[in-house]
Design a protein around this ligand. Structure first.
Ligand SMILES: C[C@H](O)[C@@H](O)CC(=O)C(=O)O
Ligand SMILES: [Mg+2]
Length: 447
């Protein structure tokens, strides 16, 4: 049996890209992000040396803490066969998140959960590679019962039970192929965040908006939250370029208090944004609900810092989330994402995944595709985020055509990084960082 292979070694890498030098990824809260990955490779005894690759995204300092947490989880995988996990993926996830000592570090939140995302995704990557299917196809080929068995329903049965989930999936079963055919032909709609990073000059903002329009993008997102005057000025520039042809979204990255968000959005509503993202603290469920009520019909979007399925559940129950932004590695990987997709489908909340980071576009394309094919069965009012950075470091990068993601074809979960990139961007020993550190040492300190 293909899945009898054993995990014989586990490598963990601290990989960082110096994106802050050019303000790539900058927003009101995160002004100098260095896009980074705590990266794990599951080595196996497969005759073709198949490996499972997973990463969790951070923005620089502290990536080493995630890497250490991955190391702490590694004994739960080492010397185990893949089949011992795949025969019951739900039990596998409960085992990883339920270690009676490591669980104390969360539970199911913070650094240990970011690390969980990396290792769980690495196992799914290996599973899909062994089955020679892209991840979305591995999931699409499962029966409703098999897909639902991957999910840990603990703490969410008050809104969805396994039986209810199976019934929801069964309704979509006979039309799955139609949706796959649609995606093969059209791809999945996407939006572009790279035009509006906060550190970009007005000139760059204009140029990027023009380029985005010419390349066929239909949606762009801008960062807000520095100060209201600046937000208005930058939004005016963007609107001037994109007109009413393209939809605009705004992202405050948690910068505002609840009432401040409401006041500011009253003014920014003149730019007709589709959504306001992360207006306040990601933990403030009732705050989000208050904002959502006050700023309607502008939607409140959130999720990239939402720590687990239980918080997602409450945001949905409280009418606090108009757009659900799953993050492929903030929560505990594919299994927990499936739980969130099922709840979003039940509440009829569109899922528009977060992908601002390294490797996140590669990951989330599979998640939106499976949501459309098997779970919600819907694509309208749904878009996958796209950022135009660092794709060259991946073996099977995303393919965008006319503002749409094309269906990924290569086996796996698409985050296998090129060996040269892993080496060159390893922190602090990689060539990129060595020269940076040497320059710091050489620079005289002047008081
Ligand atoms: C620090 C990241 O770039 C963040 O700004 C990404 C984000 O909020 C998004 O893509 O949305
Ligand atoms: Mg965001």
């Amino acid at each position: 049996m293909k899945q009898q292979i054993k995990i014989v070694d586990i490598e963990v890498h601290d990989v960082r890209f110096p994106t802050s030098r050019n303000f790539i990824g900058s927003d009101a809260m995160n002004t100098d992000p260095d896009y980074s990955a705590a990266y794990v490779i599951l080595k196996t005894d497969h005759p073709n040396n198949l490996e499972g690759h997973g990463l969790t995204f951070t923005i620089g300092r502290g990536n080493e803490i995630c890497a250490k947490a991955i190391e702490a989880l590694s004994p739960l995988l080492l010397n185990k066969t893949l089949s011992s996990f795949t025969e019951d993926m739900g039990a596998f996830w409960t085992m990883i998140t339920g270690d009676s000592q490591l669980r104390w570090l969360g539970p199911e939140k913070g650094v240990i959960h970011l690390a969980t995302g990396a290792v769980v995704n690495a196992v799914w990557d290996l599973y899909a590679k062994v089955e020679e299917k892209p991840l979305w196809k591995l999931l699409a080929d499962m029966t409703p019962e098999q897909l639902v068995s991957c999910v840990d329903f603990k703490y969410i049965t008050d809104v969805i039970t396994p039986e209810e989930a199976i019934a929801m999936l069964k309704e979509k079963e006979s039309t799955k192929q139609k949706r796959i055919t649609y995606l093969e032909k059209n791809g999945y709609p996407a939006y572009n965040t790279s035009v509006g990073w906060l550190g970009y000059s007005d000139k760059k903002l204009r140029e990027l908006c023009r380029e985005a329009k010419a390349a066929g993008w239909k949606y762009v997102k801008m960062k807000v939250g520095s100060n209201l005057g600046e937000d208005i000025r930058r939004a005016s520039i963007i609107k001037d370029e994109i007109g009413e042809d393209l939809k605009l979204m705004m992202d405050a990255n948690q910068k505002w208090d609840v009432d401040e968000a409401i006041e500011n959005m009253k003014i920014l509503s003149q730019f007709n944004p589709w959504w306001i993202e992360e207006p306040t603290s990601p933990d403030d469920i009732l705050g989000h609900a208050k904002i959502a009520k006050a700023v309607a019909p502008i939607h409140v979007a959130t999720g990239e810092h939402c720590q687990n399925r239980i918080i997602f559940k409450q945001l949905m129950q409280a009418d606090a989330m108009g757009i659900c932004q799953i993050d492929s590695c903030r929560v505990g990987g594919v299994n927990e994402i499936l739980a969130i997709l099922l709840m979003a489908a039940k509440f009829a909340i569109p899922v528009c995944p977060h992908a601002g980071g390294v490797g996140l576009c590669e990951y989330v394309q599979h998640l939106s595709m499976i949501d459309y094919i098997s779970i919600s069965g819907r694509i309208e009012n749904r878009v996958i985020e796209y950022v135009d950075h660092l794709h060259e470091h991946f073996v099977d990068p995303v393919v965008i055509k006319n503002g749409n993601y094309l269906l990924p074809a290569a086996p796996g979960y698409s985050v296998t990084m090129k060996k040269e990139s892993l080496k060159e961007y390893s922190f602090p020993s990689g060539a990129i960082w060595k020269s940076e550190l040497e320059n710091i040492i050489k620079t005289p300190i002047i008081n």
